[in-house]
Design a protein around this ligand. Structure first.
Ligand SMILES: *[C@@H]1O[C@H](CO)[C@@H](O)[C@H](O)[C@H]1NC(C)=O
Ligand SMILES: *[C@@H]1O[C@H](CO)[C@@H](O)[C@H](O)[C@H]1NC(C)=O
Length: 570
């Protein structure tokens, strides 16, 4: 089925800002380890969401500031599911995880280390547990799938993996500007201790940074996602790892976590900070001294609070205020609420999507038996991933309707035949991001809007002309049962700082697609495709690769043919 590309226009980008994303929290088997806890992320909250674009930098391993460990290490069981959550606003999980304008693959890597806190991350030892790129059948990138899954990227650890400390590294790569060789990497490292008596080790590892991982100019980071060739896209990095038994396990087995445990004396945990109860007191001097200790601890809490915020620090400050209030009231017996735990209860989530490893994850069966008695017998280490399906090449064939720009008059018939949509109002709404409300703790990353080459933004002729009615179009024009003012298609956007678009469209055919105007610069060819006609004979546009967000466009369909209105909003 061909999908006429109608109604497109492209235009200049508005100066804009854009929020990117931060790997903010690790869930182990669905249980939160606490926002920011055990995670190496860029320290400056204002810059934590910035992408990495220098592939030779050590920052590629665990992000800026990532060569230094944080205080805590999350315990993980053999075969656990790790879930990494990305957030555009790390201190506000109710907001979006990643702007829809980011398209690209994802992956999870692990590195076995002697110390999860001391290892600098950068260097050899990394192996890939899973990756995911583009799905031609659904026209979705991994980023789309993750955004649909609340920004959560999950991976099951292969059962029987050698126990000990690891750095676990989620990765998302945004390709919207990769035409220029500037793919944006978003990463971070979770420090974990794997409680396992298994002995599986990866057969091979790569260095991050390094050319076996990724280097500038490689097709995985220099790729145009706007020309209909996404099915050919190869994800960055090595293949998904395969595993073998470590015959030397006895000599380096780490069976007990000794570092990075949250002390039981911690009554308040904020990311990697821990607040301890102040000394009990029974006189005025003691009261003020404990108050001061409280504030001293709290100051550190605020100073160390990562992008995920200081909500626990605030609870701590309230505690300190309460102590001081007692001193002022000459109630010198305290502290009040002694020992009360201020750490929020750990949230448990429904993990949702788990992307299985493809093209790897095999466990070599005939390898030497582990020497250590501590090592798990093979039977306890089932080859979890041996059945990973090979990709059928056919699944990756580009769909003709994604690559072509059919001319409307000759192709309408094909979609008219397959009405599959029941919306009676508007069909598709693209919204520009409204980032006017970014919190001060995490200001949006983008400051400069690329200049647009006017030629790149010429509206396509089929977008601006009023096509004559062909005989095939007549079939749906015969049954218009809607008002001529119902918008057929609208692009809304450019309203950075202005969340309410000025169109009347309400209902969408598919989840809205957002493309920040700033990033539209990278999009040479706006394409969208009408795929079906609803029962009212309206063209339903459900697929887009690139969307113009700085224009509002209405199209009205009348018995007389197409008409459209375009409103530019800069
Ligand atoms: C796209 O990449 C070029 C460098 O290749 C850079 O100058 C430009 O700022 C990037 N644009 C965006 C929107 O990231
Ligand atoms: C794992 O094995 C598969 C074959 O089953 C292979 O294609 C892949 O390259 C291997 N992974 C690595 C990292 O060598």
């Amino acid at each position: 089925m061909k999908t006429p590309s109608i109604l497109f226009a492209a235009l200049a980008a508005a100066p804009t800002v854009m929020a990117h994303t931060v790997w903010s929290v690790l869930y182990v088997d669905g249980e939160s380890q606490g926002d920011g806890a055990g995670i190496r992320m860029r320290k400056d909250p204002a810059k934590a969401s910035f992408p990495l674009v220098d592939y030779s930098s050590d920052d590629m391993a665990c992000n800026v500031d990532g060569t230094k460990g944080v205080n805590f290490v999350s315990p993980v069981k053999d075969g656990s599911t790790l879930t990494f959550e990305m957030r555009s606003w790390p201190d506000n999980p109710s907001k979006e995880s990643l702007d829809r304008g980011h398209y690209g693959p994802c992956a999870v890597y692990l590195k076995k280390v002697t110390s999860a806190i001391d290892d600098k991350g950068a260097g050899d030892g990394w192996f890939k547990l899973m990756d995911d790129g583009y799905h031609a059948d659904t026209d979705k990138w991994c980023t789309d799938r993750l955004i649909d899954n609340k920004g959560r990227l999950s991976v099951e650890l292969p059962k029987g993996l050698e126990g000990g400390y690891y750095l676990a590294r989620p990765e998302v790569v945004a390709l919207h500007n990769a035409t220029n060789g500037q793919a944006q990497f978003y990463t971070g490292c979770a420090q974990i201790f794997l409680e396992s008596t298994g002995s599986l080790v990866p057969e091979s590892t790569v260095a991050i940074p390094g050319p076996d991982y990724v280097s500038a100019g490689q097709s995985s980071v220099k790729f145009n996602i706007y020309v209909g060739k996404n099915a050919e896209y190869q994800v960055p990095g090595p293949a998904v790892a395969n595993f073998t038994q470590n015959v030397n396990l006895a000599s380096d087995a780490q069976l007990q976590q000794t570092e990075g445990l949250v002390p039981s004396s911690c009554i308040a945990q904020s990311a990697n900070w821990c607040g301890k109860e102040v000394a009990s007191y029974s006189d005025e001097t003691g009261c003020w001294a404990s108050g001061e200790d409280c504030w001293t601890q709290g100051k550190k809490c605020w100073a160390e609070a990562p992008a995920t915020g200081g909500s626990v620090c605030q609870l701590w400050s309230d505690k300190c205020t309460a102590i001081n209030d007692q001193c002022k009231a000459k109630n010198f017996n305290g502290p009040p609420n002694k020992g009360k735990v201020l750490t929020p209860k750990r949230e448990t989530i429904d993990i949702g999507l788990i992307i299985k490893p493809v093209g790897g994850g095999n466990i070599e069966s005939g390898s030497a038996a582990p020497k250590s008695s501590a090592a798990a017998p093979k039977s306890s280490a089932p080859p979890a991933f041996t059945s990973a399906p090979a990709l059928a090449p056919s699944a990756y064939e580009p769909k003709s309707d994604m690559t072509e720009t059919p001319n409307p008059s000759s192709t309408h018939a094909s979609f008219i035949e397959t009405p599959s949509f029941s919306s009676t109002v508007s069909l598709l709404t693209f919204e520009g991001g409204a980032y006017g409300d970014a919190p001060s703790s995490a200001p949006p990353a983008f400051t400069s809007a690329p200049a647009l080459a006017p030629s790149a933004y010429e509206p396509k002729s089929d977008a601006i002309s009023t096509p004559a009615l062909s005989s095939t179009q007549a079939s749906f024009i015969e049954t218009p049962s809607f008002s001529s003012t119902v918008p057929l298609l609208s692009f809304v956007g450019g309203g950075y700082g202005d969340a309410s678009p000025s169109t009347s469209t309400k209902k969408v055919a598919k989840p809205t697609t957002k493309v920040p105007a700033s990033e539209y610069a990278a999009a040479p060819k706006p394409t969208a495709a009408a795929e079906a006609v609803d029962e009212n004979g309206m063209v339903v546009v459900t697929k887009t690769n690139v969307v113009v967000v700085t224009e509002t466009q209405y199209v009205t369909l009348t018995a007389g043919g197409y008409r459209h209105k375009r409103h530019r909003r800069y």
